[in-house]
Write a protein that binds this ligand. Sequence first.
Ligand SMILES: N[C@@H](CCC(=O)N[C@@H](CS)C(=O)NCC(=O)O)C(=O)O
Length: 207
Amino acid sequence: MRLYDYLPSANGYKVRTLLKQLGLAYELVPVDIFAGESHTADFHAKNPDGRIPVLEPEHGRFLAESNAILLFLAEGTRLMPEDRFARAQVHQWMFFEQNTVEPNLGTARFWLLTGRQSAQSDVLRNRIQNTERALSALERHLGSRTFLVDERYTVADLCLYAYTHLAPEAGVDLAPYPSVSAWLERVRAQPGFLGPVPPYTANARTP
Ligand SMILES: N[C@@H](CCC(=O)N[C@@H](CS)C(=O)NCC(=O)O)C(=O)O
């Protein structure tokens, strides 16, 4: 099994964490997305959208989109509930992550860390407001729960952790979200959890 990835990516981090938690061996193929390596004809044949992460579970078969990869790997493991409704709730939170958390928190963080937007720009402020709205939703849900679904750690918790724990780097303080902060600690304490997401490489910064 191969994983095409750029290590500072939190989307890739989700997948690498799950691979470690499931004890699955793989070969890491580094892709320098800021040197255009994900937009070659060869890479487009793996993912027409030209983005990492991409999993090659067996020779010549490629799967893109981090959450599709997570669901594929988690199938039939302890990280995916068997109950149909609980599985749908796992999907609910993973759709929420891609729709609401990643494009706002993830983009604000990327812009701030790589100098693409000034802290005062309206477009950044909008992403930060949407991040706060997403964190408020998580706070309401986690106020009375240990984990996102069924009171047990699932692939949805891992998925949401990846960007949520980076909120301070997106200019959002987590102090007003105590239930989210406590949940992040519980998720981080799961066996096999990876260390911090590596920082962006120098070539990610705009000149
Ligand atoms: N929805 C996708 C997003 C993947 C994504 O945006 N990957 C970024 C790195 S985090 C990338 O490869 N960017 C290169 C590009 O857009 O050219 C997922 O969850 O995998």
